[in-house]
Design a protein around this ligand. Structure first.
Ligand code: TGC
Ligand code: FAD
Length: 392
């Protein structure tokens, strides 16, 4: 990719709603992305390679567990800071944001929220420092939108349990040191546990051939009679609300992240529209291109206001899962539509790696599916407003 000339977009002066700390966090991650992500990301995606060295850098900028208390190695920051970090990382690439949001919201969050004191002390500092990379295993080959039907199971065997089953589409899996895994006990109730690389019978084959999130490593988790010590099971949660609680945090981060991807596409399209001359004038002077750009900044601004308000509610512990679903669904859809329009503004150049557009667009095709599909989030909102459950 050519030099990263990104500038933030703040049409409604949203910065005035941010604290000095928020702006410091946002700007330092933005600078880091320009220095460490932008120069390598196109090449990584073209080669479908996960830039493993980036894990250390993400830890150094505080992208792992920003809202986890400092005593466990986290950043002790608020939810808006967390959101801004996700926004800036996804401005660079959704796959980089994925690595960080899985580590923070799907691995550190459940250990912090559902884990024993020993589990917190054992895993959280190493996850925060990047010594350990984690992954989250909920989805199975036959159970994606409906995780309650999962087949992975544990059987009691004295001081340990025996884990069998498999998980599919797991971000970070091929490189993960630890996996937070959800499986049913003998009563059919879902329990969470930490599975460590090296446990006999545990393998993580990589998923190849993706056209999306190519800089993020995706894989399976396969459990063949894996002995899990009972002290690795989360003592403080049982049932589907365990994994779904983690998803609230991750979906919230994605709502912010999608704004980052959208801003990058808009920023690139706006600049291109001023520099590209056709029929003797910049294409930004034509009404059809202005319509696209005006609608883009309108949608970005609407998403920024929605998401900032969600962050305030989250800081006050008042954000509902349904509000989070609405923001995740709206913002990812918004970003994907902007990526498609931005691609057109760039003409033929839009399909090349000279510009970030096509990469964002392909990435967002995963983001609109994972953490609950576009349809599932619509049904969550539908159920909330009507009181009728359309899932059954
Ligand atoms: P349902 O009967 O509605 O609920 C079961 C229990 O869970 C509670 N609950 C929640 N708790 C916390 N947060 C939420 N968001 C919750 N939603 C529901 C609920 O109150 C109930 O509790 P209790 O105490 O009564 O037992 O469950 P259901 O089986 O009907 O399913 C509901 C549905 C469809 C909304 C849910 O299954 C769903 O969200 N499906 C989508 C699955 C999904 O999002 N998978 C994501 C996998 S992880 C991933 O994609 C990571 S990508 C990461 C990256 O790379 O960035
Ligand atoms: P399905 O559930 O089979 O859905 C197929 C289609 O049917 C969708 O359009 C869906 O909206 C629709 N549909 C399903 N049910 C209904 C309904 N009731 N009403 C109307 N329409 C419906 N999972 C993890 O656990 N951990 C991870 O780290 C992780 N990372 C991922 C990374 C990538 C790159 C991808 C692509 C996925 C990842 N996932 C992960 C899995 C992801 O969460 C699932 O793909 C997602 O939840 C959808 O499940 P599915 O793919 O099985 O689709």
């Amino acid at each position: 990719m050519a030099t990263d000339r990104f500038q933030g977009h703040d049409y409604f002066l949203m910065d005035e709603l941010l604290s000095e700390e928020h702006k410091l966090v946002r700007n330092s991650v933005r600078d880091w992305v320009k220095k460490e992500v932008s120069p390598i990301i196109e090449d990584c995606c073209q080669k479908a390679e996960f830039p493993k060295h980036i894990v250390k850098g993400l830890a150094e900028i505080g992208a792992f567990g920003p809202y986890i208390p400092e005593e466990y190695g986290g950043g002790g920051l608020d939810q808006i800071s967390y959101g801004l970090i996700m926004q800036e990382l996804e401005r660079g690439d959704s796959g980089i944001r994925s690595t960080a949001s899985v580590q923070s919201s799907l691995v550190m969050y459940p250990i912090f929220t559902y884990g024993s004191e020993e589990q917190k002390k054992k895993y959280l500092p190493k996850l925060a420092s990047g010594e350990y990379l984690g992954c989250f295993g909920l989805t199975e080959p036959d159970h994606g939108s409906n995780p309650n039907g999962m087949l992975s199971n544990i059987k009691d065997a004295g001081d340990h349990v025996i884990l069998n089953g498999s998980k599919m589409w797991i971000s970070n899996a091929p490189f993960a040191d630890v996996a937070v895994v959800w499986a049913k006990n003998e009563d059919g109730k879902i329990q969470g546990m930490v599975v460590e690389r090296g446990m006999e019978g545990f393998t993580t084959p990589e998923t190849h051939g993706k056209w999306s999130l190519r800089a993020s490593a995706t894989g399976e988790l396969v459990f063949d009679n894996v002995k899990i010590p009972k002290e690795n099971i989360f003592p403080n949660v049982i049932g589907l609300k365990g994994p779904l609680g983690c998803l609230n945090s991750a979906r919230y981060g994605i709502a912010w992240g999608a704004i980052g991807a959208a801003m990058d596409c808009y920023d690139s399209a706006l600049r291109y529209s001023k520099e590209r001359i056709q029929f003797g004038r910049p294409i930004g002077g034509f009404q059809l291109q202005q319509k696209k750009l005006a609608e883009m900044i309108t949608e970005i601004t609407k998403a920024q206001t929605l998401t900032w308000r969600l962050g305030v509610l989250k800081n006050e512990n008042r954000a509902t899962p349904q509000q989070i679903s609405m923001a995740k669904r709206n913002n990812v859809d918004m970003a994907l539509k902007i990526a498609r329009e931005a691609r057109q503004i760039h003409g033929g150049m839009g399909i090349t790696g000279e510009y970030p557009i096509m990469r964002h667009m392909m990435n967002l095709e995963s983001v609109i599916t994972y953490e609950g599909t576009h349809d599932i989030h619509l049904l969550i909102t539908g159920m909330d407003v009507t009181g009728e459950n359309a899932f059954m």
